[in-house]
Ligand binder design. Structure first.
Ligand code: FA5
Length: 347
């Protein structure tokens, strides 16, 4: 067989193979076997060098033509096979939107967040602004600006976790009082704010104490603010949360940043586990008082002209009273049997 016949033979053989090939991989295989370095066409063309010099250009031209024809056939077939493959894939992945979907468990607000939201809504409706503070605070704002200089004995009651000697996990949302006073422009009217968030203390955990809990700070500073305003504000809050006239008890107390200072207890019904007899107890829910003149002075506010009240309440304990929960640790155990009792309707 001379070289021209070989080329014709190759064209016929490869055309049939292309026709028969049923996958992109097979067609790619044909291309490599035909045109690769050791491919059939390359092998035949090596014989060109032994040809009569007059025949070389004729055979060369013929070889190029066959090569182009086969390449075109390969790429057309490859295109068809790729399209078929995509069609098959699309058909197999078709989604039936009428099939019933999988059900997901959707989370709901934690009971503590629910209480916080209710308290925020109450104060927003009274014209307060809500300011979220930082859990990592400086000694300056957590203690010093609250009239608790270094070595003040009242610091002992609020030992905490220190990141550096001057940076700590805040022990009270009161840290936001000074930040709010620094920021407020008193020419626009009184400052009325609440500040909710987590606080931390080196307290031993028990039924009513946790080393991490929540507080909501309240602060009003303006002209002619009195203790009566504070009492009325707290009464309005408890009326809304627990129903009008729910028993509250004001007790004299001490905080370095308020003068006078007081603590507020709320009554709650307890049931003796052994005898099932019901009793009424008091639980302390907040500390409060009139803002100490030193605290106002440190914020460059004249205590002769301005006065204010502040309170720091524990929403965890509010939730305990509202829902009859006898152990604060339940809030932090992530036990779904406990948490599911407080799923809001529709969630
Ligand atoms: C304070 O933290 C003051 N900053 C409150 C305050 C603000 C007074 C503004 C005056 C003016 P006290 O340590 O008592 O005070 O905490 C306030 C409330 O936080 C308590 O009444 C209680 O409801 C809650 N609380 C305190 N310690 C814990 C604890 N370990 N676990 C859960 N709740 C707590």
């Amino acid at each position: 067989m001379d070289i021209k016949e070989e080329l014709e033979e190759l064209k016929k053989k490869v055309s049939v193979e292309i026709d028969k090939s049923s996958s992109v991989d097979l067609i790619e295989n044909i291309r490599v076997h035909l045109l690769g370095k050791k491919g059939d066409l390359t092998k035949i063309l090596k014989g060109l060098k032994d040809l009569d010099p007059r025949e070389k250009p004729v055979v060369g031209q013929m070889a190029n033509k066959i090569r182009t024809q086969l390449e075109t056939m390969i790429s057309q077939k490859k295109h068809i096979l790729e399209e078929n493959k995509l069609d098959a894939q699309l058909a197999s992945e078709k989604i039936d939107v009428t099939l019933p979907g999988e059900t997901f468990q959707i989370g709901t607000k934690h009971v503590l967040q629910q209480i916080q939201d209710q308290i925020e809504d109450h104060f927003l409706s009274q014209g307060y602004q809500v300011m979220y503070g930082r859990e990592i605070e400086t000694d300056e704002y957590n203690f010093e600006r609250m009239n608790l200089p270094k070595d003040h004995p009242a610091r002992d009651m609020q030992d905490t976790f220190y990141l550096t000697p001057n940076v700590l996990l805040r022990t009270q949302t009161s840290a936001m009082q000074a930040r709010a006073m620094d920021k407020h422009d008193f020419s626009t009217g009184p400052l009325k704010m609440i500040s909710p968030g987590k606080v931390y203390r080196r307290d031993n955990d028990d039924a009513t104490h946790s080393h991490q809990f929540h507080q909501i700070e309240g602060l009003v500073v303006g002209k002619k603010i009195t203790l009566a305003d504070l009492k009325g504000t707290l009464q309005a809050l408890t009326d809304e949360l627990f129903g009008k006239g729910h028993a509250m008890r004001f007790r004299q107390s001490y905080f370095p940043f308020t003068e006078p200072s007081l603590e507020v207890d709320i009554s709650w019904n307890t049931v003796d586990k052994n005898t099932a007899s019901q009793d009424i107890e008091w639980i302390e829910v907040l500390g409060a008082g009139m803002v100490h003149p030193n605290v106002l002075k440190m914020a460059n506010i004249d205590p002769e002209e301005y006065s204010g009240f502040a309170f720091g309440l524990g929403p965890d304990r509010f939730a305990m009273i509202k829902y009859g929960i006898d152990d604060i640790r339940n809030f932090y155990l992530d036990d779904l049997r406990f948490l599911k009792q407080f799923c809001q309707v529709g969630e």
